[in-house]
Design a protein around this ligand. Structure first.
Ligand code: HXC
Length: 518
């Protein structure tokens, strides 16, 4: 065989060795846990035959001494590369739990850092499929340095390319911090968990017994900590969820979100909108009914659906164009703003603003949630995050006040003077410093005390307050509201206004960065 032939044979042998290195037993071990292998996940995520792997033949760094097991496999436990998702370029890494528990050594980290750099350079999303026991213990400080280099790149890419983390097994120790810096975290119920210190450490240090699921399972992170934005019941649906999310996002901060061509072009006048708000101003209703009637059919994609449900956030489309929606939910805590919902809303607004996604605010909020717990845990600084995020956002911002809009919550929810571009109100809007009962009690305390029939007097004064103050017309007269509209034409009004705002441009003074109240 000539030299060229020998080289080619070696090339083919290496390819064969690589494709066969993961034995059937390892694949079955992963399947037995209800999980896919690292490669199966990549194959499902990308369009068929589009994935190009890089660094497949990387070999692990020699660890110091003989302590612990060594990796012998090519690739060092992570698949990295790029391909197309729904025809658009994306980069990804997928950790292989079958290689030392997907733990991160220096070569493994270097491979991830390389695709992070490539994704940032070309301006394409990066998706991390995570299944890892954290820093590879036997590589010592080199593993820690590897994590630090990934975090560093996550931060440099933040607001430039969308970064999505998909936790599909353990994410322990250092493995949790990269996801939490990225824009969105997906988890699969029952097979994934995230914690900084696991149940064994909790037992040792605090003598508390807790299961993996109760400490850091998907439901805990969806409902309690807010770490997980999306939770699905199996890995296939989790990956489908990632693909769906990407359909709303531009590839980078210099592009606009993709236009969805199979869109709902109907400007419909929808009379059902007039009936959703109950006659009794204190009766709840489901804001999602309004969202779904307003936006293109079946286009609502809720983010953090299980967390801080008093504020609904998510993506939708208006005539095929993506928008971010932030809406008070009167069905939960009467739609009040508390710490969790303020933080949830602020983070969502920051994302939309970074990636040129216009923001629609649907407002029905009686105020901030009162209470010792809220005050002591910092509703002042957390509520300020929402306020800051709205004021700082330069994308087109439209508000529709549906019903209550009282006090600080009026100011915060993208009011005109905070920077709202177009502010509508429905005839049912109640815009004032506070609700009728509270206002009457303060303004007429003496009269009510002295009255022979305080209940009757209070009722009369409350009715007068609604008539004279808590309505949309005072704000409309003063220009704080651009137009009071018939609920039935809201969709048309929004489409027209967002189209008018497409060329919105705001120049901001030069500064290193603002100081959001973290
Ligand atoms: C090296 C590891 C490893 C690690 C797991 N393995 N984690 N090897 N470094 N961090 C290996 C195991 O030795 C085992 O090898 C294989 O992976 C599978 O692990 P099992 O324990 O058998 O699997 P399972 O029972 O499913 O448990 C998974 C696990 C557990 C919960 C993730 O392995 C675990 O607790 N690992 C350590 C998690 C952790 O504390 N990480 C923090 C590291 S410190 P064999 O050959 O037997 O199959 C850190 C700090 C970074 O990350 C800080 C940055 C801010």
């Amino acid at each position: 065989m000539d030299v060229k032939g020998k080289l080619f044979t070696k090339f083919l042998e290496r390819q064969k060795e690589y494709s066969q290195q993961q034995g059937q037993a390892a694949i079955e071990k992963q399947h037995a846990k209800g999980k896919m292998t690292a490669r199966e996940r990549i194959e499902l995520l990308f369009d068929p035959d589009t994935f190009e792997e890089v660094d497949a033949f990387s070999v692990p760094a020699p660890a110091g001494g003989d302590f612990g097991k060594k990796v012998t496999a090519f690739g060092d436990g992570v698949i990295t590369g790029f391909g197309k998702i729904s025809g658009r370029l994306a980069f990804a890494f997928s950790q292989d739990f079958n290689v030392l528990g997907g733990s991160l050594g220096s070569v493994h980290a270097g491979k991830i850092a390389k695709v992070q750099d490539m994704a940032l350079k070309v301006g394409a999303p990066l998706i991390g499929l995570i299944d890892s026991g954290g820093a590879r213990i036997q590589e010592g400080v080199a593993s820690l340095a590897g994590y630090a280099s990934i975090f560093n790149r996550n931060v440099k890419s933040s607001g430039v390319i969308p970064q999505i983390s998909v936790v599909m097994g353990p994410a322990a120790g250092g493995a949790v911090y990269s996801p939490s810096i990225t824009d969105f975290v997906f988890m699969t119920n029952k097979t994934s968990y995230m914690f900084v210190t696991g149940p064994n450490v909790v037992k040792e240090v605090l003598n508390e017994d807790v299961s993996f699921d109760d400490l850091g399972g998907a439901i805990v992170h969806m409902k309690k900590s807010g770490v997980a934005h999306f939770v699905y019941e199996d890995e296939e649906n989790t990956i489908r969820g990632v693909q769906k999310l990407l359909s709303y996002l531009p590839s980078n901060n210099l592009e606009n979100p993709p236009f969805f061509e199979y869109c709902d072009t109907d400007l419909r006048v929808d009379e059902r909108m007039r009936d959703i708000i109950p006659d009794d101003p204190n009766k709840p209703y489901d804001i999602k009914e309004i969202i779904n009637l307003l936006i293109d059919r079946n286009s609502f994609f809720e983010v953090s659906a299980g967390y801080a449900q008093n504020l609904v956030v998510g993506f939708g489309r208006l005539r095929g164009k993506a928008i971010g929606i932030i809406a008070n939910q009167p069905k939960v805590l009467a739609g009040t703003l508390d710490i969790s919902s303020s933080v949830k809303g602020a983070r969502f607004i920051r994302f939309c603003d970074a990636f040129n996604i216009p923001i629609l605010t649907l407002e029905d909020v009686p105020g901030f949630l009162p209470g010792v717990d809220q005050e002591h845990n910092g509703i002042i600084r957390h509520g300020a995050k929402l306020l800051y995020a709205y004021a700082d956002a330069t994308v087109p911002k439209i508000t529709v006040i549906l019903r209550k809009s009282y006090g600080g919550a009026y100011c915060v929810m993208n009011s005109k003077n905070l920077g709202g571009d177009v502010n509508f109100a429905w005839p049912t809007a109640e815009i004032a410093v506070m609700g009728p009962e509270g206002a009457v009690s303060i303004l007429y305390r003496k009269e009510l005390l002295e009255s022979k029939d305080p209940a009757k007097l209070k009722k009369e004064l409350t009715a007068r307050y609604r008539e004279e103050i808590a309505n949309p017309y005072v704000a409309d007269d003063k220009g704080y509201i651009d137009e009071v509209i018939d609920p039935a034409v809201t969709r048309k009004k929004l489409i027209t206004a967002f189209e008018a705002l497409e060329s919105k441009h705001i120049s901001v003074p030069s500064r290193k960065h603002g100081n959001i109240p973290l």
